[in-house]
Design a protein around this ligand. Structure first.
Ligand SMILES: Nc1ncnc2c1ncn2[C@@H]1O[C@H](COP(=O)(O)OP(=O)(O)OP(=O)(O)O)[C@@H](O)[C@H]1O
Length: 284
């Protein structure tokens, strides 16, 4: 079953366009949503939460169209934005007492067990929480209202490596029984190497590629060649960089032929992002 099915989302801002954004997240998996600054991650995520009104396109959550079933589906969706703050002078306790009234499946037992597990003291004020604690509080809220789809915008940005690692462990634990699905955006490719099952890569408002992680990486090869070989292969490369040994470039695996006589290797996610970002009009 699909937790999330996004079809041909379009949104135009004065200097930016989301173009035919489509991807799917299967229930019970973690999808990393990557792209450089300004690529359109937050706009896509806000569209999924209906916080941005799209010009066209369709979003289905657990098989139901979002705008027609928004009230019902919002019970099943938990979200967290890395940079948004709640009413910072309120205590966790006070805020939770307001928030829980919006959710018919609110589970106090679950809530207190998550507070305990995340080491959150409900008498602390929001202003007193660290970045990581705020993300954990958001997660505790989402999980206590029975959210089955977590949509998290850069939940690990601003966390130190230890807190980040802990957060990624939590994500993996949450999806273990196959009921919860997570879409999270990040620029930190090592987060994805650690815990994403699927990767969706957006660049300039367009999806470059979306697939299972190993397949995603296997779609590309990093190649090295001599400077005099570059002209002959340039058209096949997504982009390249020259260096003192010749050049290094990224190529679609399907374009790599032995006749090209280039050394090839498996790229890292970071290599893929760097070389695809160098090309202006990237294609799937
Ligand atoms: N309300 C808005 N009005 C006009 N332009 C907007 C609006 N919101 C976002 N944009 C533009 O849309 C583009 C994509 O922004 P978005 O926040 O989706 O990118 P992002 O991939 O999340 O970037 P980052 O990694 O820096 O957070 C940017 O050029 C941004 O300036």
């Amino acid at each position: 079953m699909l937790a999330l099915d996004i079809k041909k989302l379009n949104k135009t801002y004065p200097h930016f366009q989301l173009k035919d954004v489509s991807f799917q997240l299967e229930k019970g998996y973690i999808m990393g949503f990557i792209g450089s600054n300004g690529a359109g991650k937050t706009t896509t995520i806000k569209s999924i939460l209906n916080l941005v009104r799209v010009d066209s396109g369709e979003i289905h959550v657990f098989g139901k169209e979002l705008t027609r079933n928004e009230i019902e589906l919002k019970q099943e969706i938990g979200s967290a934005f890395g940079d948004t703050d709640f009413y910072t002078r309120s205590k966790i306790k006070t805020l939770t007492n307001v928030i829980k009234t919006f959710y018919r499946n609110w589970d106090d037992n679950a809530y207190y067990s998550y507070l305990k597990r995340f080491n959150l003291n409900e008498n602390k004020k929001i202003a007193e929480l660290s970045t990581g604690m705020k993300v954990k509080y958001r997660l505790a809220l989402a999980l206590s209202h029975g959210a089955k789809l977590l949509i998290l915008d850069e939940p690990t940005s601003g966390l130190d490596p230890v807190a980040r690692d802990q957060m990624l462990d939590i994500f993996q634990e949450l999806v273990q029984d196959g009921e919860i699905s997570i879409l999270f955006s990040t620029h930190i490719t090592s987060d994805l190497e650690k815990c994403a099952d699927f990767i969706t890569y957006i660049h300039n408002g367009q999806i470059v590629h979306s697939s299972e992680k190993e397949q995603f990486i296997d779609h590309y090869r990093l190649v090295n060649g001599r400077a005099d070989q570059l002209d002959g292969v340039k058209d096949l490369l997504i982009s390249s960089k020259s260096n003192s040994f010749g050049f290094t470039g990224l190529i679609h695996t399907s374009d790599l032929k032995s006749s090209l006589d280039l050394k090839s290797s498996i790229p890292s996610l970071e290599d893929i992002m760097v070389y695809v970002s160098k090309k202006e009009n990237s294609y799937v």
